[in-house]
Ligand binder design. Structure first.
Ligand SMILES: Cc1cc2nc3c(=O)[nH]c(=O)nc-3n(C[C@H](O)[C@H](O)[C@H](O)COP(=O)(O)OP(=O)(O)OC[C@H]3O[C@@H](n4cnc5c(N)ncnc54)[C@H](O)[C@@H]3O)c2cc1C
Length: 480
């Protein structure tokens, strides 16, 4: 046994002593599914995987980590896209998987609130809310795998943000295990509570660097009883944004999704699934997938028809889904497009936001600059444009050698982020910073913000053991 593995096994013996016998896994095979994230781009075997069953058990584990300075990183469903949930290299930290804390504790249809443990899969939490005629409006492609704890830790967005807000807007209370093992109980379903600092806000979007979220009180809404979906073809992004502003007003603000897809993106989906027809008879440079939803007796179908009819020249063609199967088909193009981008191997993912009114200009500029600097690269743009959020991804040519990828991705990212800066946007609209966007984040952070972030980290994690190297730099877990 070498010195490093000797230290590791002593640390594990110390941790395991007093915990339930199956709480820690350290066999490399058994840890395989905790070692790689959804993208497949990031892989690292942790020192061990801890799977607590309760906040109390996690508290004991963290007290022990704190006492010996053993590092830990929380892990949800591993669908995060900035390499935050994968362990640091060289088996230096344990991973805390919340998968055994997955209960829906309560759904209260009068409070319009639910309490869920952090390891509950988002889809399961949504179904539990729906069973009580309520709606948990965090909705996106990874909902069958991601955990609600991961959603809060990343302040996830998704399709419904334009109507209901980001995850931050949906959290009423939290229970958190701190780095030193203390349990912070802020698990309340009150709508109004102005007693002092709103501490839960510190943990939302902190990507596992300030505490481990163990349970969440979510705000719910009435479950929509009607949903209208349309697939619309347009001549330009400008037309799409003009239509968006008009439709939001004419549809009584009942717009619940407004997704932009450029033709290149649709073609990714059509190539991956040649059995699917082009959604419209003609071919258009820009498409919008639009959803209206409501509960109660609103003439939603009439509203959608009028919105399309009144759009005039802004839209070129459109079809309204007449059945659940047609609705599902429309969303399928969007889903396949996201998944099929990885079919050709690695690609650059970005997740930026800009003021909604400048989105068309931003896209024109960024795509033109990418086209002239990297004519062989293939950009694919789509996004939740009702929130000014665009995923401008870049795939390399198929015959590109592995060693050429990184320089291409770096150059493409620099071009996109420079355009984001010019338009006063954000380099991370939804996915967060993790390790992947850290360099770009720090390069844009002012001194006062950095100082406050460092002080916050020190106050909540004085021994520097939690989620090290995510968001803020740490030598043991360098940025990617
Ligand atoms: C196909 C696909 C589509 C996606 N679409 C969207 C989208 O539309 N909008 C969007 O916002 N994101 C999207 N994502 C990204 C991702 O799904 C979200 O970031 C999600 O919230 C991550 O949840 P997770 O449980 O998988 O977290 P993980 O990937 O396991 O972890 C993410 C980060 O959160 C931390 N963390 C996890 N659990 C906890 C906890 N209990 N306490 C403290 N920290 C914790 C981890 O340490 C890590 O830093 C998508 C991903 C995929 C694969």
């Amino acid at each position: 046994m070498n010195v490093v593995s000797g230290l590791r096994s002593r640390a594990l013996e110390f941790l395991a002593d007093g915990l339930s016998h199956d709480m820690l896994i350290d066999d490399v095979q058994d840890m395989a599914r905790f070692s790689r994230d959804w993208s497949g781009d990031h892989f690292a075997v942790p020192m061990a995987v801890a799977r607590p069953r309760s906040a109390q058990e996690l508290s004991t584990l963290m007290q022990r980590c704190y006492a010996k300075g053993i590092r830990a990183a929380p892990q949800g469903g591993l669908t995060g896209l900035v390499a935050g949930a994968v362990a640091a290299p060289d088996r230096r930290e344990i991973v805390v998987s919340l998968e055994r804390m997955a209960r829906v504790r309560s759904v209260n249809p009068i409070d319009f609130a639910m309490i869920v443990e952090a390891g509950c899969v988002l889809e399961t939490a949504k179904r539990a809310a729906e069973a009580q005629q309520c709606f948990l409006p965090i909705t996106f492609g990874a909902q069958g795998s991601c955990h609600v704890g991961g959603n809060v830790a990343t302040n996830a967005g998704g399709f419904n943000v334009l109507r209901y807000g980001m995850t931050r807007d949906l959290v009423l209370g939290l229970e958190v295990v701190l780095a030193d093992g203390r349990i912070w109980d802020g698990l309340r379903t009150l709508r109004k509570d102005n007693r002092g600092y709103d501490l839960k806000q510190l943990f939302i979007g902190s990507e596992g660097t300030l505490g481990i979220i163990t349970a969440i009180a979510f705000k719910l809404f009435p479950k929509p009883t009607q949903i209208e979906t349309a697939w619309i073809g347009l001549r330009s992004v400008e037309d799409a944004m003009a239509f968006y502003a008009k439709a939001r007003r004419s549809c009584s603000d009942l717009l619940s999704a407004f997704e932009l897809i450029l033709r290149d993106g649709l073609e990714v989906a059509l190539r991956a699934r040649p059995d699917l027809p082009d959604p419209l008879a003609g071919v258009y440079p820009v498409y919008v997938l639009m959803e209206l939803s409501a509960s109660g007796s609103v003439d939603l179908a009439g509203m959608m028809e009028s919105a399309l009819a009144d759009a005039g020249d802004a839209i070129a063609d459109g079809v309204i889904a007449k059945s659940l199967a047609q609705t599902e088909r429309m969303w399928l193009y969007r889903e396949i497009m996201v998944e099929a981008q990885g079919n050709g191997g690695r690609y650059l993912r970005t997740d930026v936001s800009i003021p909604i009114s400048t989105l068309a200009d931003f896209l024109t500029e960024a795509l033109a600059k990418l086209g002239s600097a990297l004519p062989h690269a293939k950009p694919v743009a789509y996004g939740h444009v009702g929130d000014g959020n665009i995923h401008l991804n870049v795939a390399p040519p198929l015959d590109f050698a592995a060693e050429q990828m990184e320089p291409l991705f770096h150059e493409a990212e620099a071009i996109i982020f420079a355009a984001v800066d010019r338009f006063g946007g954000s380099i991370s609209a939804e996915h967060g910073i993790g390790r992947l966007k850290q360099k770009a984040f720090l390069a844009r952070l002012d001194d006062v913000s950095l100082d406050l972030a460092n002080q916050l980290k020190k106050a909540l994690d004085p021994r520097s053991i939690l989620g090290m190297g995510r968001i803020l730099p740490d030598d043991s877990n360098p940025p990617l």
